[in-house]
Design a protein around this ligand. Structure first.
Ligand code: NAD
Length: 248
């Protein structure tokens, strides 16, 4: 047991749940945040499912697109569970539309959920991490933030913005033991990819040299690796994990 408190936004989602599992296996005390009112945000069911899998993790409801709510919930976690040493920003949404059709609402929703959230959570925890001389912040971006994607100007902008944020936060945290890194997954087996029409999905698959979609556990392993004490020399990096779909 490291006993370190690890908070995972989007922690009850497909990739988030797997991240929680790997962080718990590494001995951290895991807290998942989820968006109240969404299908995967049923705290007692999720916590019970984790217990059946053999580990403990707690759930707090929190809309991470809302700055004040995020500050309140994270402060409550620090009081009730302990200082947050590991933060994984995995909450994310898509609202795809071509630029001709994209509404300001679709733009704002995605920027708020995917990018404002990273500022809000980090803002709350980074001071304490620096004071204690240890912190790990891991931001989940996307291959589409690195290369752009048709119909995803909002999503790609939010995900590219995440890495600009990571690089700046990494510089601020470096002397104080706080590392900040981005992980940019390619297409992962998940409802998000299954929502893509079959014909389009086949085209995406054809672009992946390894010839398959990634698995949530492959992202989670990398998160747990970066969260470890021994990974303290890795900071400001954007680590691609995409089956060779985008190399460069
Ligand atoms: N699935 C993929 O192929 C893929 C590829 C690249 C990057 N990603 C990124 O990985 C992350 C996880 O994706 P996933 O496939 O597990 O999706 P998912 O939909 O299963 O999980 C996303 C989670 O974020 C939560 N969330 C969304 N808005 C929120 C808000 N305002 N406040 C709190 N929680 C909120 C959702 O409730 C959900 O639990 C996302 O950031 C996504 O952009 C996914």
């Amino acid at each position: 047991m490291t006993g370190r408190v690890a908070v995972v936004t989007g922690g009850t989602g497909t990739i988030g749940t797997e991240i929680c599992k790997h962080l718990a296996a590494a001995g951290h005390r895991v807290v998942a945040l989820c968006l109240p009112g969404t299908p995967d945000c049923v705290p007692e069911d999720w916590e019970a499912a984790r217990k059946r899998e053999g580990y403990e993790a707690k759930v707090y409801g929190c809309d991470v697109a809302n700055f004040d709510e995020t500050a309140e919930v994270l402060s409550r976690i620090e009081t009730e569970i302990g200082p947050i040493d590991i933060l994984v920003n995995a909450a994310g949404i898509t609202r795809d539309a071509t630029l001709r059709k994209m509404t300001p609402e679709q733009w704002r929703q995605v920027i708020s959920a995917n990018l404002d959230s990273v500022f809000s959570t980090t803002h709350v925890v980074i001071g304490g991490m620096m004071d204690r001389g240890f912190g790990r912040i891991i931001n989940i971006s996307s291959v589409n933030g690195q290369k752009g994607q048709f119909g995803q100007a909002n999503y790609a902008a939010s995900k590219a913005g995440i890495h600009g944020f990571t690089m700046s936060a990494a510089r601020e945290g470096a002397r104080k033991g706080v590392t900040v890194n981005t992980i940019s997954p390619g297409y992962i087996e998940s409802p998000m990819i299954m929502a893509v029409p079959e014909e389009h999905r086949a085209k995406i698959l054809a672009e992946i040299p390894i010839g398959r979609f990634g698995k949530p556990s492959e992202i989670a392993r990398l998160v747990a690796f970066l969260a470890a004490e021994e990974s303290g020399f890795i900071t400001g990096a954007d680590i691609s994990i995409n089956g060779g779909q985008h190399i460069g």
